[in-house]
Design a protein around this ligand. Structure first.
Ligand code: ADP
Length: 258
């Protein structure tokens, strides 16, 4: 079992609202299909989520009546993106089924409170490929909030202990600092859990409302404590995900599980 997250910055155009990168998604679907591996899939919300979520300040919970529209519209937009992702997977004959966070989990003050993990388990048992995604969800402390794809990765890694956890992103992997901002950022092909805190992670221009690379690295730190290796790989370069899935050497960052 491989747990894969397709980053919102890979499958959507982050600078333009609700723009799906269908050619890239099709390429990733083809690589997953060709690998023949059992996969649990998470995808980010990218520009289908972060534009309205920012405008209506959804991450900090309920504060005004007009946010309800923003919440509902965001939920519909990320579900539309999920539909596009599923169609691409189905076009490659993968048995992908959608498990929307807004109907399966609750947060409490932005931390996980409950998740219907039995649905994931049962679909996996029956040979399906569950697909879940960054979404707006109910929050018992602050009314509602955002459940990031990265939080879902941690929850699924804890529940399934996958062979590998893979973050597909729009860069070759982890650098010493943000490669989009600093030309001297150095690529790291291997890092240990304890080195994570020394990395710099400034936010991108069109960063989403979740915590960007800093949050992702903290999630990965927790995943590596489960003795699971995490790999970060570039989804914009064809074949890299396939190489990682089939244990071939590739350009990527490995964070060793301890
Ligand atoms: P995704 O949408 O793929 O889940 P994010 O856009 O939230 O991911 O975060 C990935 C982005 O973080 C990269 O595209 C890169 O621009 C930025 N980033 C910031 N710091 C780093 C770093 N040290 N190494 C790699 N990427 C970084």
């Amino acid at each position: 079992m491989y747990l894969i997250k397709l980053g919102g910055s890979v499958i959507t155009e982050k600078s333009t609202t609700a723009t799906f990168r269908s050619l890239i998604m099709d390429d990733l679907s083809a690589q997953i299909a060709r690998s023949g591996k059992d996969v649990l899939l998470v995808h980010g919300a990218g520009s289908f989520g972060h534009v309205l979520a920012k405008e209506y300040e959804l991450i900090h919970g309920f504060s005004s009546n007009k946010q309800r529209y923003g919440f509902a519209a965001t939920q519909a937009m990320v579900q539309t993106l999920n539909g596009y992702v599923l169609s691409s997977l189905h076009n490659h004959h993968l048995p992908a089924v959608s498990l929307p966070p807004h109907a399966m989990l609750r947060l409490k003050n932005q931390e996980i409170e409950t998740i219907a993990m039995d649905f994931f388990k049962e679909y996996v048992k029956q040979g399906f490929m569950p697909v879940t995604y960054g979404d707006v969800v109910l929050d018992e402390g602050i009314g509602f909030s955002i459940c990031s794809g990265d939080l879902l990765m941690l929850l699924l890694a804890e529940a399934f202990h996958p062979e590998k956890v893979i973050f597909v992103m729009d860069e070759d992997g982890v650098f010493t600092r943000n490669p989009k901002k600093f030309a001297d950022a150095e690529f790291l092909d291997y890092i240990q859990k304890d080195e994570i805190d020394s990395l710099q992670t400034s936010l991108d221009e069109h960063a989403d409302v979740t915590k960007g690379m800093a949050g992702k690295l903290q999630t990965i730190k927790k995943i590596s404590s489960l003795h699971t290796d995490t790999i970060l790989v570039n989804g914009l370069v064809s074949n890299r995900l396939y190489e990682v899935l089939t244990d071939q050497s590739s350009v990527c960052t490995v964070v060793k599980g301890e």
